[in-house]
Write a protein that binds this ligand. Structure first.
Ligand code: PLP
Length: 402
């Protein structure tokens, strides 16, 4: 049921073998003064070309990409960032690690940020919005960008789950100020670990490079854009050549894989057909989604659970490709703790968890995710597999809704 991970093959092996033979595992140089083979740089160039955006920076993970992007944006203590309560761990923890306060928002029936939440949650401390394009579907960016513009907020797009998805003809990651991607094992493409930061803003690019490379801005980057930013204390979030070599080969697989997944999704949905009571996830731009996880809502939580059980008994798992939970269900949110207590954006808020960090504060999200069922399709599925999944739903669901 996997995506790019299942397609790892000869091209990835060839690239990795070249890196090893050349003894150049570091992106900036190999043994002695020998240059590296430049797989990470090539990956960045291909990524930028694919997205028609000026700058792409390889980093060590999707979490690193979020921290680098937030660092580039200058997020720190006293700042607030709005994000959907239904999102991956790092979306919350990356903000906390910058010393800023994550402000949780409800999602809507697109399973991404409800744009109306931006007006409700913006305060004088709000700096920006972290949008998550959840599981292969672009969030509804037009209203999100409108609200953001009105409040003078930036938008950071987390594209970790949606590389290649588009919104009205533009790839996700090119609509906001800056974007992050992940190449972890379970993502659209995989290099085990790895990530990317994408932006059209040269100053943000330089700050991202410095954030990711201990404050440095090496010649390779200066060639892309002369320096205009003073060096500051960065971390090390660099991407290595081994992962870069794998990701380069994986990136070439994205377009055919998406075509295949969309075809499978159409077959599956056609087999499911119209079932009164089944409501598909709203896809803000139905032309642009990836199709590997299709979600629908049933009238009740109990019906959703029962369907998953019955499908599983017939060998069809209806668990999504992601382990996403509501942030309030996670331990770090319930504790509000940080690596050093004086660094906590929640210090002095008592009692904790405060309003905005508890289950009862998100009735709409809790209701939606309780009633939802995901239909995962994988890169190695055949048309017959997709048809089988659709048929099982077609056969098992109507009696549950009667
Ligand atoms: C996976 C994921 C991340 C983190 O990526 P890693 O490479 O695992 O650090 C961030 N955001 C979202 C939405 C994700 O799904």
């Amino acid at each position: 049921m996997g995506l790019g991970e299942c397609l790892i093959g000869a091209a990835e092996a060839r690239n990795v073998a070249r890196v090893l033979r050349h003894q150049s595992l570091f992106r900036y140089y190999g043994v002695g003064t020998r240059p590296s083979l430049g797989y990470v740089r090539r990956l960045e160039q291909q990524f930028a070309r694919l997205h028609r955006v000026k700058y792409a920076l390889g980093v060590s993970s999707g979490t690193a990409a979020l921290e680098v992007a937030l660092g580039a944006l200058g997020v720190g203590p006293g700042d607030e960032v709005i994000l959907p309560v239904w999102s991956w761990v790092s979306c919350f923890t990356a903000i906390v690690r910058m010393g800023a306060k994550p402000v949780l928002a409800e999602i809507d029936d697109s399973l991404s940020l409800d744009p109306a939440e931006i007006d409700r949650l913006t305060t004088p401390a709000t700096r920006g919005i972290l949008v998550v394009h959840y599981q292969g579907v672009a969030a509804d960016m037009d209203p999100i960008l409108q609200h953001a513009r009105r409040h003078k907020l930036w938008v950071l797009e987390d594209c970790a789950e949606s590389l290649g998805a588009s919104y009205h003809g533009r790839l996700v990651g090119t609509l906001g100020k800056i974007a992050s991607y992940s190449f972890q094992q379970r993502k659209v493409i995989s290099s085990g670990e790895g990530g990317m930061v994408v932006t059209a803003d040269g100053r943000l690019y330089e700050r991202a490079v410095r954030m990711s490379d201990i404050g440095l801005y090496r010649d390779e980057h200066r060639a892309a854009r002369p320096s205009e930013v003073v060096s500051f204390a960065g971390g090390n979030y660099r991407l290595g050549e081994m992962a870069g070599a794998v990701a380069c080969a994986q990136l070439a697989r994205v377009r055919p894989m998406i075509r295949h997944l969309r075809r499978l999704r159409a077959i599956m949905q056609q087999k499911v057909g119209q079932i009164p009571g089944l409501v598909w996830r709203r896809v803000p731009d139905p032309k642009g989604d990836l199709g590997f996880d299709s979600y629908f809502f049933l009238p009740t939580h109990a019906q959703a659970l029962a369907l998953k059980e019955r499908a599983l008994a017939r060998g069809v798992g209806l668990a999504p490709h992601t382990g996403t939970y509501c942030q309030f269900a996670r331990e770090y949110c319930q504790s509000g703790a940080t690596h050093a207590p004086q660094f906590s954006p929640f210090a002095g808020i008592s009692p904790w968890p405060a309003a905005g960090y508890r289950e009862q504060d998100f009735p709409r999200t809790t209701d939606l995710v309780g009633r939802m069922v995901s239909v995962p399709l994988g890169a190695l599925f055949t048309a017959a597999d997709a048809a089988h999944v659709g048929r099982v739903i077609r056969e098992e669901l109507p009696p549950l809704l009667a």
